[in-house]
Design a protein around this ligand. Structure first.
Ligand code: URA
Length: 431
């Protein structure tokens, strides 16, 4: 078999066989296929697509390129969730304790972030002492005893995806539905859970800019899950503005605490309750969504949800007092208020520009090995639809850096203010 012929076949719009897909992934792994040919095939896939069978095969070939976690040492139906990525997306911090409080085991493997803001591990590390470098025994013990644990990725999961993602990132081939679907699903399948809830983000801050595209990505991932006997549900949620009010690592922990305490932002609370409800339905704790939703809302009101978050912090060696005193989280030296120069209503907030501004303030990484500043971030004071007077603060930048000009411009330009209010945004577009 020659990779040249595989590239030609896909370039001409034909279906690849399972053997050809395996040959490609094996060649990526053993170095026999050079980056320029791998990139050419990725570009051909970008333009010609993959059908369901090819996408499922690519997923499995990537799963088989590394370790697959065996969670059978954990009792019960293990549920995982994954977001396609957005700005201010702290949903994992909220749904892990919620699902666990309903008795559904969540054994979560999470990564660090690259680009806009931190990943879930970075966010939790804003809590002093929080440790995600757990041995397999501690990880399993935590989930068996407390129904939850979160570990940074140490096992060699889906190395082929890492190589391909690095190439896609520099060849403008990230935003291809079959490539995103196989990349995400390969990681979820290798992480070993029985059921998966996917949070597919749509809008300016997401890979998918239109609802139709997001639904297609969601359907593609659900199909892959089904074909591999993993119960999978996808929620298509809004990312046309940052989620909630806080962006940045410590800021997002603070906001997750607010949601778990019952006084969180409306959009954040709605998306978190929806995702957590589907997790608990798939995990078998409830037979239907409304029952799950009502229960989870109730445990937020009773304080049980916040107690569960405190327990998560304690079992991972963090300081649980942050849940009652969020001011114990790292605080930045400078807080720069950005004021509106006009009067009107917030028409849109470009999530990507806010994400970039947060990164420039120190909250995210430009390169893989950059360190991040947990205290850096942005507080959005006015969300889409809100009335703004001249000189009202629309957002606050938090940073330890002495020069924030570039971040200020990016954050300021993110806000579009118009004379009249637009239609209220939907938080959940489809299931
Ligand atoms: N997230 C992933 O893990 N992979 C993609 O391709 C896109 C988003």
């Amino acid at each position: 078999m020659r990779v040249y012929d595989i590239i030609l076949k896909k370039r001409n719009g034909h279906e690849l066989s399972d053997e050809e897909i395996n040959f490609f992934i094996n060649g990526i792994m053993d170095g026999s296929i050079p980056d320029y040919q791998a990139s050419a095939l990725l570009m051909a896939i970008y333009f010609k697509g993959l059908n369901k069978r090819e996408t499922a095969q690519l997923t499995m070939a990537m799963v088989n390129s590394g370790d697959v976690l065996d969670l059978s040492g954990i009792a019960g139906i293990k549920v995982d969730k994954h977001s396609t990525g957005g700005v201010g997306d702290k949903i994992s911090l909220i749904v892990i304790p919620l699902a666990a409080a309903a008795g559904v085991p969540v054994a979560k493997i999470s990564g660090r972030g690259l680009g806009h803001t931190g990943g879930t591990v970075d966010k939790l590390e804003a809590i002093s002492g929080f440790n995600t470098e757990l041995s397999k025994e501690t990880f399993f013990d935590n989930v068996n005893k407390y129904k939850m644990s979160i570990a940074g990725q140490t096992a060699n999961l889906t190395p082929a995806d890492k190589k391909l993602y690095a190439l896609r990132d520099v060849t403008a081939t990230v935003d291809s539905i079959p490539l995103i679907a196989s990349s995400i699903m390969s990681k979820k399948i290798a992480s070993g859970a029985d059921c998966i809830v996917l949070d597919v983000k749509v809008g300016s801050g997401a890979f998918m800019k239109s609802i139709d595209e997001a639904v297609l990505l969601a359907e593609t991932m659900v199909e892959i899950g089904k074909s591999l006997n993993k119960k999978t549900i996808a929620v298509v949620s809004d990312m046309s503005q940052p989620l909630g009010h806080e962006v940045g690592n410590a800021n997002e922990v603070k906001e997750a605490i607010e949601v778990l305490r019952g006084d969180g932002a409306e959009d954040e609370t709605e998306v978190a309750l929806t995702i957590a409800s589907y997790m608990t339905v798939l995990g078998g704790a409830f037979s239907e969504f409304n029952e799950a939703y009502g229960y989870l809302k109730g445990i937020i009101e009773s304080g049980k949800a916040l107690d569960k978050f405190k327990q998560l912090i304690s079992i991972q060696s963090g300081n649980p007092e942050v849940a009652d005193n969020p001011e114990l989280l790292p605080q930045a030296k400078h807080h720069i208020e950005i004021k509106s120069s006009q009067e009107g209503f917030v028409y849109s907030i470009d999530a990507e520009s806010i994400g970039v501004a947060a990164m420039l303030l120190g909250a995210g990484r430009r390169k893989k090995n950059d360190s991040i500043d947990h205290s850096a971030g942005i507080t959005i004071k006015k969300k889409v639809g809100e009335k703004v007077n001249h000189d009202d603060t629309i957002c606050i930048l938090h940073t330890n850096l002495e020069n924030w000009d570039e971040a200020r411009v990016s954050a300021e330009n993110a806000f579009k203010i118009m004379k009249t209010a637009n239609k209220p945004l939907k938080y959940i577009h489809d299931i």
